[in-house]
Write a protein that binds this ligand. Structure first.
Ligand code: ACO
Length: 309
């Protein structure tokens, strides 16, 4: 009882809960679920853009893209490490991902058909990720909040490189401008889906807000993203594919059209355009890496043996 009061006091005071502190089982479970999904998203998220590393149009764009995809791997690693501080086992999390028992973000199940998609992912997908993740720098669990600070700095750099790539393409030929517009048409709605189901259907939000794991609801963050993105689209010279998108002076926000939630749940349920391919690729990479894990374990065992002599 006393421990529970102390936990509630820490959360209410906006202090951080740390790994050795007492915490309710549900709080621990919710964090492991969210942090694992987040880590899996970073790791699976390397695939759509990784697809373009060997076909980037210049050495400069290739170096940028390589660095960005490596950053995503780093984000995944900080997040798996944060999940481990809660008692989760890394090997078990990977098994759950490749067996489809844990989720990752819906957005990474869409294909990258042109190089413009690299720019649009940076602008819209990383832009949405920042809107969602900046408040997580103030999440109540210390290791998650601290991991998010570095992740957000890198994400904001990713977002700007995407926008810069698109500005360059928009200054190019008509064919390049058309390629950017078609890419925006394909990624706009899936980017809005990244924020999760509407608040009325979000099963976890209420409790996660009470525990201050989440600081805003899915719909609040989605609205913030739309309001932020509309002027950026205007500056870029592209149209967002939503005839219902318009400024509502009374609300002080943009109104926007209905999201296709059937599509969202289909993708989350494993039946999106690239789900099978993403998981098969991740499974193969994990299996192909078995010898590295074995060699690292053998080396660690040898080193610890030497230290004992
Ligand atoms: N893709 C896949 N599944 C999703 C998505 C999505 N975009 N949005 C929600 N879901 C799932 C939830 O995981 C939950 O399923 P579960 O209970 O089986 O775990 C279900 O849909 C209902 O959603 P919510 O109750 O709203 O879930 P939650 O409170 O966890 O909110 C959110 C979802 C906003 C994504 C939250 O988990 C979060 O902020 N996560 C951290 C950020 C993150 O994971 N970003 C990944 C993409 S960004 C990037 O990697 C670049």
């Amino acid at each position: 009882m006393e421990l529970e009061h102390e936990f509630e006091r820490v959360v209410a005071a906006d202090h951080r809960v740390e790994p050795r502190d007492w915490m309710p089982d549900g709080y621990r479970r919710t964090l492991i679920r969210q942090i694992a999904q987040h880590a899996h998203s970073e790791i699976i998220g390397m695939q759509p853009e990784g697809n373009w590393i060997s076909r980037a149009p210049s050495l400069r764009r290739k170096a940028i893209l390589l660095a960005k995809v490596q950053d995503e791997a780093g984000h995944g690693l900080y997040l798996y490490a944060a999940a481990e501080t809660l008692g989760a086992d890394r090997e078990d999390l990977t098994a759950k991902l490749v067996e489809g028992r844990q989720k990752y973000s819906s957005i990474f199940n869409y294909p990258t058909l042109t190089f413009a998609d690299v720019g649009v992912i940076g602008w819209l997908v990383d832009g949405a990720a920042i809107v969602n993740q900046v408040p997580l720098c103030r999440t109540s669990y210390g290791p998650y909040a601290r991991a998010m600070i570095r992740v957000c700095k890198e994400e904001s750099f990713h977002q700007r490189q995407g926008y810069e790539l698109l500005l360059t393409m928009m200054r190019g030929t008509q064919a390049q401008r058309d390629m950017v517009q078609r890419s925006v048409d394909r990624w706009w709605w899936p980017s809005l889906m990244m924020f999760g189901p509407p608040d009325t259907e979000s099963t976890n939000t209420e409790q996660s807000m009470k525990w201050r794991i989440k600081r805003h609801t899915n719909d609040e963050l989605r609205q913030k993203f739309v309001d932020m993105t509309v002027p950026q689209a205007e500056k870029l010279g592209v149209t967002l594919p939503d005839p219902d998108l318009r400024w509502n002076a009374e609300r002080g926000h943009h109104d926007f059209g209905e999201i296709d939630w059937a599509e969202f749940w289909q993708v989350v349920g494993g039946d999106g355009p690239c789900n099978a391919q993403r998981i098969a690729h991740r499974r193969k990479a994990h299996e192909d890496g078995a010898w590295v894990r074995e060699a690292a374990a053998a080396y660690a065992a040898k080193k610890s043996g030497e230290e004992q002599v």
